[in-house]
Design a protein around this ligand. Sequence first.
Ligand code: NAD
Length: 444
Amino acid sequence: MYLNKYIKAAANLKICVIGAGYVGLVTAGCFAEAGHFVICIDKDEERVDRLSHGILPFYEPGLEKLIRKNTLAGRLTFDTDLEKGVDFARLVFIAVGTPEGNGGVVDLGAISEVAQSIGELMKDYKIIVTKSTVPVGTGDYIQKIIKGRQKRTIPFSIASNPEFLREGSAVHDNFNMERAVIGTEDNHAIRVLEELYQPFTKNILITDVRTAEMIKYASNAFLATKLTYINQIANICEKVGVDVTQVSKGMGFDARIGKSYLNAGVGYGGSCLPKDTKALVAISDEVGYSFDLLKEVIHANEKQQLRIVDKLIELIGPLVDKQITVMGVTFKPNTSDIRYAPAHIVIRELKKKGALVKAYDPMADKITKNSFGATEVSSDLYESVKNSDGIIILTEWDKIKQMDLKHIKMNMKLPVIIDGRNMFSPREMKRQGFEYSSIGRPNK
Ligand code: NAD
């Protein structure tokens, strides 16, 4: 896909990307593809070793090809030695994880560790760019740490360059970037980063560091709010006999509203929206502002994830000793990422209510055993529904959309499907003999 688009940098930069996760790997691969020389550093030795042999730690469409191509071309290398990376590069991107800490507060442990090492290791001028999602003020924090760790004064620039990729289409997103946000007060850093991003997008927004940091949280909190809004509309639609998919369509034609993020469903999950919404609430609380709207979004989303279990109970009664199949455990299709996926909450709730749970996901072989407690995740769709009293669909995988419904029905004990992603037509499911319930659509 990216090969269709000609992206070539005017000058070849030397770049170090710290963190070989979703963001770091995509960033490193895309910069290398544009012709830059990139060293990607991760502290996980096994990850680095496997990446050096072209083996990726997770599934992301197009990424393996991109990494292998650029590794072979000698533009991309992987290492655990941060000193090597810092010595090599003029531009240093920080793309380590910023997980949820206590009470939703962002855990900046990895950021602080990396900043300390950069301060100790740097021997000449560097531009230090934060790609990780971090609270407003983290740029200043990184600057202070680096200065504090330098043995002699070495100049450096600080920038914030938040990442907006979507897992499942991250490579495509990076080559078709809607905007690049560059937050820095340093003119040299602005010139270098503008040059770096010009081949990727026409929309480059230059701000100060703090504004760039805020743009990322404000964007993710808005997306979570939009999704929660349509989910709540869906819940009303169920009560008044209206189809939410038609409502979304009618709303989406309005350019002020837009079509995206209007698919009602089981609630948002993933590694970003849940943690970033909680982080923004914590950031707001810290400065004495109660972000009530966002607090309600988080609460409503948790309720939405549980509603799907109530829908199942409405159809088949108490779940004690019932065999239930959960279809789709990744937080969205085309990824192997299960972080904060609705499946965690749904499976836990099903078990709490006494159900015996089986799970299916096309990415089963990439999902760590015991990620869902004792519930094994199988990649055999038809096996997973054997003797099942009900199916709950949580991820809109094509393989689920294309499943042979006759075969499914034959294998099940009771032909009951609760569709958390509105993947099937209620009329068609009725015709096929299923008891079917979805989100915000009448069962006719
Ligand atoms: P990830 O967990 O997939 O990857 C983080 C990597 O950093 C891991 O490989 C880990 O081993 C490595 N690491 C941690 N500490 C390190 C250290 N001290 N030195 C070297 N390597 C270290 O995380 P991710 O999903 O890529 O997210 C990274 C950041 O980007 C987070 O702040 C996240 O919120 C943000 N972000 C993520 C996405 C997304 O869709 N995943 C999108 C936009 C922004």
